[in-house]
Design a protein around this ligand. Structure first.
Ligand code: HEC
Length: 387
């Protein structure tokens, strides 16, 4: 039903999408003609520079996951999302480590934040349903928190997702936008479909393509329904006015086309649901090492990686020797919800934080789904602690 409402609304964007797609195609043809290679299309034209949002309208991203709330995470995060060079990465990290980000994340992911928004959510829920189509704000909050609770957007001074945090990388300088429903400076005038579009494609209502620091690639694994739920959640927040600075990108980001297309509804088959959750929660940013260019090294998918400060993330593939092959699905699910290993020891460091901030919220069904998926990925005989 909501889909019926959803698609027509998207129509006006259809042209834009078509335009971006044709740019892509043209570019692909040019590449082919030049015998150029690589998956990474180089900076081309990029979407209509003219539509480059005037400062104010910056990026209304939706759910940058603050993930770990740690420097570690931030680094990994940026690395994963984009092919940033290591040096740039560092810059980005420094900026972000600033404190706001970290602390912001903490507050945000912590329970206070949830509590504070609860009232609003409850109060606005009935109205929100009408406004946001079929979106369920409570489920939207759940999904948003699992992805990291939009922590990159958390403005510590304002105590809200009012944006302003700075991110630097090879892409230039961007600022997390205000994603509270303030009509002037936030997303108050957006439709739910606008939010969905940003989550899945990284494209603003005005056509601006966001840089991949906003993890729309990962979020394109989110179902339409859940993206609508996230929209309903964001619309249920208290509007906070905060004008965020305009971005200064070095090159316009490439248009992104989700592949596969986001499903209408979240999968119910456990491993498929688990895959969706692992993707949108971005477990890979810590558990998969990166190549030199910052892209995830798929040969070592989920096989563990060095993080910052001598921390090392575990091999979570079903390898008996190096991974969690000996854990039952129940044990994996229990660990994600509580941090307790099968031998009774507790999760440490970054993982402990992730569990405390978000994964403990996993419903029994979802925790079991993640476990089923982790059991289904290829076992990789790799010892991350040996490096
Ligand atoms: C901030 C980085 C980070 C993120 C994000 C993260 N992990 Fe972890 N994870 C770690 C670290 C570090 C460890 C090792 C913890 C320890 O030594 O106690 C770990 C340990 C684990 C373990 C236990 C492995 C063992 O042998 O003890 C599992 C299972 C796991 N993670 C699953 C996940 C899943 C599933 C996700 C995504 C939903 C995820 N992790 C996201 C950093 C992370």
């Amino acid at each position: 039903m909501h889909l019926m409402q959803y698609r027509p609304d998207l129509m006006h964007k259809g042209t834009r999408v078509a335009f971006l797609c044709s740019l892509l195609v043209i570019f692909a043809l040019v590449l082919a003609a030049c015998g150029g290679g690589g998956e990474e299309p180089q900076p081309t034209e990029a979407p209509p520079a003219a539509t480059e949002a005037p400062a104010a309208t910056e990026a209304p991203e939706a759910t940058e996951a603050p993930a770990a709330g740690e420097e570690i995470t931030e680094t990994a995060e940026m690395t994963e999302t984009e092919a940033l060079s290591p040096t740039e990465e560092v810059t980005a990290t420094e900026e972000m480590t600033g404190t706001e980000e970290m602390t912001g994340t903490e507050e945000m992911t912590g329970t206070e934040e949830v509590t504070s928004t609860e009232e609003v959510t409850e109060a606005a829920a009935p109205a929100g349903e009408t406004a946001a189509g079929a979106g369920d704000p409570a489920n939207g909050e759940y999904i948003a928190t699992l992805t990291g609770g939009c922590g990159c957007h958390f403005n510590r001074d304002l105590g809200a997702l009012a944006g302003g945090n700075k991110f630097e990388g090879s892409f230039g300088v961007v600022y997390a936008p205000n994603i509270t429903p303030d009509p002037e400076t936030g997303i108050g005038n957006w439709s739910a479909e606008d939010v969905v579009h940003v989550l899945h494609m990284g494209v603003l209502p005005d056509g601006t393509q966001l840089v991949p620091a906003m993890p729309y690639r990962a979020f394109s694994a989110m179902s339409n329904q859940e993206a609508l739920d996230v929209a309903a959640y964001l619309f249920s927040l208290e509007p906070v006015a905060n004008q965020v600075e305009a971005r200064a990108v070095t090159t316009e980001p490439e248009p992104f086309t989700p592949d596969p297309e986001p499903p209408a509804e979240a999968p119910t088959e456990p491993a498929a649901r688990g895959q969706e959750l692992v993707t949108i929660a971005r477990c890979t940013m810590c558990h998969t090492p990166t190549n030199e260019d910052g892209t995830p090294n798929m040969d070592l998918f989920l096989a563990g990686a060095p993080l910052q400060d001598d921390e090392i993330s575990a091999n979570i593939t079903p390898s008996e020797e190096f991974g969690i092959g000996s854990w039952s699905e129940e044990e994996i699910a229990h660990y994600l919800q509580t941090g307790e290993r099968p031998d009774g020891s507790l999760a440490q460091g970054g993982m402990a934080q992730q569990i405390e901030r978000r994964f403990h919220l996993l419903t029994d069904t979802d925790a079991a789904a993640v476990a089923a998926y982790l059991k289904s990925v290829p076992a990789i005989e790799h010892d991350p602690y040996a490096e």
